[in-house]
Design a protein around this ligand. Structure first.
Ligand code: NAD
Length: 485
């Protein structure tokens, strides 16, 4: 690609697309071809400061706007994305390496749904009254002011809008920083906001690294709250910066999710497909993917054979190709990290049943970053492979002998984001689900999302909940007013 063909992205500050003040840019790669195709602003504290200033100026009018009018603007942004769904999906796939079919069916529709959901939700949002014999208490919920939203690369527009939509709906103004690895659809969102007529300064999108733009955002005294999704390591660093500043903080972080398959599960092709998808969707780069598959010993060998056969049928290929089940890994650095984990699994004594290495895709993708779906067995629960988040197409198979052991193994990590369990016994399903240390449990399904439900993790996977009323509560401050009767 010649430099003339390289796309230059811009920040969205005070209603306008702007270059970074210091003039610095970061390379953005297309993972499927392993080459630079765009550059995005490497923003600094000056850009963040300008964005916070614009948001502060916009806040009084935005907060005062009736909820229904804010909702209509969010709906208009959703419409703008919907009319360009294909362009957004192409951009998301190109930027992240995910199959185009997945971006079309999951990422972009969900971004639209996020905006529509919170547009509707804010018109239904209510606060409480507590009536007593001698006093009436009522609670007001006011927006916080200017808030910061920070998102990762794995579901770029999906997670970006998941934060921005409730923040804006609740009457806050936002400074948002997408991942520097996948900035393209956030840049397109800026144009959608301009086209929709969002008032200047209500939403500001500042691109750049975590160390420079992200750090400046969390440290800015004008920011009232941070909603963060990303790794546990970054979440811990953000929490330690914000704790003495007493800012509201929501953290959605890493996971090492368990999939529990009991001997009485309904062993049919559709369910097996779902378990395979829960392991390898988006190349295993979804925080909700099950990377440790626990299988009741009496069905272990049969399940293993059937599972590996399905995995063998998955096609790793050009994300543009409709036949590809898995696309590319998001970056060279992440490719190296995942390959390092596979090597470590072998050193730890793991037997690789399928995959275990890079895949060369011919044609335009011959320099892309592809890894085969990898299935490993023979590892103890306390080894690195079963304890550390790999966030790639790598799963381990582990046998168990009883419900107690299954629960013990599932809970034996520092994470607690999501789990799925497969059983024909309703009693067992409820009993086991209640004992899992996990913010989300799916029974006989995976990734069925109802946006009204609380979303988040326990232990090192998160602090706080997003989704539905939880998000609107996070982005508002409660004030109780007591009236003597
Ligand atoms: P990351 O922590 O490296 O980066 C996430 C975001 O934080 C990026 O925008 C980055 O620029 C920014 N950032 C980095 N350092 C910062 C700092 N000091 N101050 C402010 N911002 C900073 O995570 P990633 O590699 O982009 O994403 C993968 C991780 O995200 C995985 O651990 C995955 O499990 C997690 N994740 C969690 C959920 C969830 O809902 N729990 C969802 C998706 C992804």
């Amino acid at each position: 690609m010649t430099s003339a063909a390289i796309l230059t992205l811009a920040n969205y500050i005070d209603g306008a697309l702007q270059p970074p003040r210091a003039g610095r840019y970061l390379d953005v790669h297309e993972p499927a071809i392993g080459a630079v195709y765009a550059r995005c602003p490497d923003s600094s504290a000056e850009d963040i400061d300008a964005a916070v200033g614009a948001a502060q100026r916009a806040f009084p009018a935005w907060a005062a706007l009736p909820a229904g009018q804010r909702a209509r603007l969010l709906e208009r942004i959703a419409e703008r994305i919907e009319t360009q769904l294909e362009a957004f999906a192409q951009a998301e796939s190109r930027d992240s390496g995910k199959p185009l079919a997945l971006a079309r069916s999951l990422d972009i529709p969900r971004a639209i749904a996020n905006l529509r959901f919170f547009a509707a939700a804010i018109t239904q949002f209510a606060s409480e009254t507590h009536a007593g014999a001698d006093a009436l208490n009522y609670t007001l919920r006011a927006p916080l002011g200017v808030v910061g939203c920070i998102s990762p690369w794995n579901l770029p527009l999906y997670l970006f809008t998941w934060k921005i939509a409730p923040a804006l709906a609740a009457g806050n103004c936002v400074v948002a920083k997408p991942s520097e690895i996948t900035p393209l659809t956030a840049w397109m969102l800026a144009q959608a906001c301009i086209d929709a007529g969002l008032p200047p300064g209500v939403l500001n999108i500042v691109h750049g690294t975590g160390a420079r733009a992200g750090q400046a955002l969390i440290e800015h005294p004008g920011i009232a709250a941070i909603s963060f999704t990303g790794s546990t390591r970054t979440g811990a660093a953000i929490a330690s910066t914000l704790a003495p500043k007493f800012k509201k903080l929501s953290l959605e972080m890493g996971g090492k999710n368990a999939t529990l398959v009991f001997a009485d599960w309904e062993a049919n092709a559709a369910n097996l497909d779902t378990i395979v998808r829960s392991a390898f969707a988006n190349q295993g780069q979804i925080c909700l993917c099950g990377s440790r598959i626990l299988i009741e010993r009496s069905i272990y060998e049969k399940f293993k054979t059937d599972f590996v056969e399905k995995v063998r049928a998955l096609k790793v290929g050009d994300p543009q190709d409709a036949a590809s089940d898995l696309g590319a890994i998001v970056s060279r650095a992440h490719f190296d990290k995942v390959m390092g984990h596979i090597a470590l699994a072998r050193e730890e004594g793991g037997r690789v049943l399928y995959g275990g290495g890079a895949v060369r895709v011919d044609g335009r993708c011959s320099d892309g970053w592809f890894i085969a779906p990898t299935v490993i067995e023979g590892l103890a629960m306390d080894c690195h492979t079963n304890q550390e988040e790999i966030f790639g197409p790598v799963v381990t198979l582990i046998p168990f002998d009883s419900d107690d052991e299954a629960v013990m193994l599932a809970n034996a990590t520092r994470y607690g984001l999501a789990a799925s369990l497969w059983t024909g016994s309703l009693t067992r399903a409820h009993r086991v689900a209640a004992r899992l240390e996990s913010g989300i449990v799916w029974i006989n399904c995976w990734l069925r999302r109802d946006l009204r439900t609380p979303f988040g993790g326990v232990k090192d996977s998160g602090v706080g909940r997003e989704g539905g009323v939880e998000a609107l509560r996070f982005f508002t401050e409660a004030k109780n007013i007591c009236v003597a009767l």
